[in-house]
Design a protein around this ligand. Structure first.
Ligand code: GLU
Length: 470
């Protein structure tokens, strides 16, 4: 079934509707990605709505973090972001029209009466379902405090043909007359979502399955207004590697932590999130173009997917190797705080092909590039210092002499010279290579020593060796 079939010929419109009460987390980012891909696949629109109606908990830094995270991940929405709170008058107008049309009513239940109902439900061990005596009355005094409630259907059942969850049915008797407008006249979340989705022309509501229950409370609002129902697709939440719902306990959940602390590339995180709960055959590495070509809701898994940081890192390594050297060098320079005209940018760029083959994240690149930025005498790591003892000064002296005599400072010449020193001394190559590595980098691990020698250049290379000759 194509998407336009289901929407009766309306062009596909999806949306991402985050509440700016915290940062953009990976679950939200994946929801946004699925919405974007579905819209692009069908040549439709992907909209963004900031659900900032909870004034106490919505913050500007959270809004900024969400927009920033979406841009970083290339989750480009169409048009301007819609801010829900700014539309409160429209929401209220819809509620009043619903009262006029007999689909909602003014309810004057007092706090005490509500408390009594709550106590009664508790005593009977039943969930609280408000059945207001005001449902069929129209004689309430307008100037007295009241809320506006939906006149929800009392009998029958509501069925949702969810594109991910399948057919889900709830008995209407289980739903209550939810509040649309509070006594201060402000709209509730349930009303605002429906009015906004309708006004924005949203045809497909793709969101976390923690909202499935809400769909049953939102549908009657569409019906009451005679608006076309959206197609629903409720996607399973992301769980941690231990199977529990993903939370702070599982480490970084905010997008910016993946970028700033973990050095993940946006295309790697995007690809990983895509594969988390959706698949196309055995494809692992999927470009955005292919994702748009292939994405469909039918291949979204029904069970929660587990977040696996190791997989993400592997994927990141793949994308680092595929990334342009200049882009990576820029990211590393940024982390090191190098000025735009810093002379060390050139060797950093030159080192990138060597550094990126062994990096799983940007931090590894920064770490690997460290030897370029230290000045003599090099600090020697504690675990590397012993490698400079014993025979090492003698071997390094021989190496210094052999390398100093070279005409060509290239891999072949360097390798021949180092091998010959080892042979002449009657030791294995490693016994020469290890102290050489420590002398050049101060560490036990580094890129290949011949690469290191070339990147440092003859003068600096020889000088670092000379520092450790007895
Ligand atoms: N604002 C809701 C949230 O952040 C999403 C509402 C929706 O997608 O309908 O969970």
């Amino acid at each position: 079934m194509s998407a336009t079939d289901i929407t009766g010929g309306r062009p596909v419109v999806t949306r991402f509707a985050p509440s700016p009460t915290g940062f953009l987390h990976i679950g939200g980012a994946r929801t946004a990605l699925f919405n974007l891909l579905f819209a692009r696949h069908h040549g439709g629109k992907f909209l963004l709505r900031i659900e900032d109606t909870d004034r106490a908990r919505s913050t500007q830094p959270a809004i900024d973090a969400i927009l920033d995270g979406m841009r970083w991940l290339g989750l480009d929405w169409d048009g301007d972001a819609v801010f829900q709170f700014a539309r409160a008058d429209r929401h209220a107008a819809v509620a009043r029209a619903m009262v006029d049309g007999g689909h909602a009513y003014r309810c004057y239940l007092t706090q005490d009466e509500l408390a009594a109902m709550r106590a009664e439900a508790q005593a009977a061990k039943k969930p609280l379902r408000i059945r207001s005596p005001w449902r069929d009355r129209t004689d309430g005094p307008l100037d007295q405090p009241h809320v506006v409630r939906l006149k929800a259907p009392l009998d029958g059942a509501t069925t949702i043909h969810d594109r991910v969850q399948g057919e889900v049915t709830v008995q209407n008797a289980e739903l209550d007359d939810l509040v649309l407008l509070r006594s201060d006249g402000t709209p509730t979340y349930m009303l605002a979502v429906v009015v906004d989705d309708h006004d924005m022309g949203v045809t497909h509501v793709i969101r976390g399955d923690d909202h499935l229950n809400n769909a049953f409370r939102q549908l009657p609002i569409y019906c009451a207004n005679g608006w076309p129902e959206p197609v629903y697709a409720h996607i399973p939440l992301i769980h941690g590697s231990d199977g529990a719902k993903l939370s702070k306990r599982h480490g970084a959940v905010g997008i910016e932590a993946y970028r700033d602390d973990m050095g993940i590339l946006p295309e790697a995180l995007g690809n990983y999130l895509l594969r988390l709960g959706w698949g196309h055959g055995d494809e692992e590495f999927i470009t955005r173009e292919d994702a748009i070509r292939w994405f469909d809701l039918d291949s979204v898994g029904k069970s929660p997917s587990r977040f696996d940081i190791k997989k993400l890192e592997n994927m990141n390594g793949h994308y680092i190797r595929a990334a342009e050297d200049a882009r990576l060098a820029e990211m590393v320079a940024d982390r090191l705080g190098l000025a735009p005209d810093d002379a060390r940018r050139a060797p950093l760029l030159a080192a990138m092909p060597v550094l990126k083959v062994r990096a799983a994240n940007i931090g590894d690149l920064v770490d690997g590039a460290g030897f370029l930025f230290v000045s003599r005498p090099l600090p020697i790591a504690d675990d590397a210092a012993p490698l400079l003892g014993g025979e090492a000064p003698m071997l390094l002296a021989r190496l210094h002499a052999a390398l100093d005599a070279l005409h060509n400072w290239d891999t072949e010449a360097l390798e021949d010279a180092v091998r010959k020193v080892a042979e002449d001394a009657g030791v294995k190559l490693g016994q020469v290579a290890q102290p050489l590595r420590v002398a050049l980098t101060g560490r036990r691990t580094s890129p290949g020593i011949f690469d290191v020698l070339i990147l440092l250049g003859r003068d600096e290379g020889l000088a670092r060796i000379a520092d450790h000759i007895a």
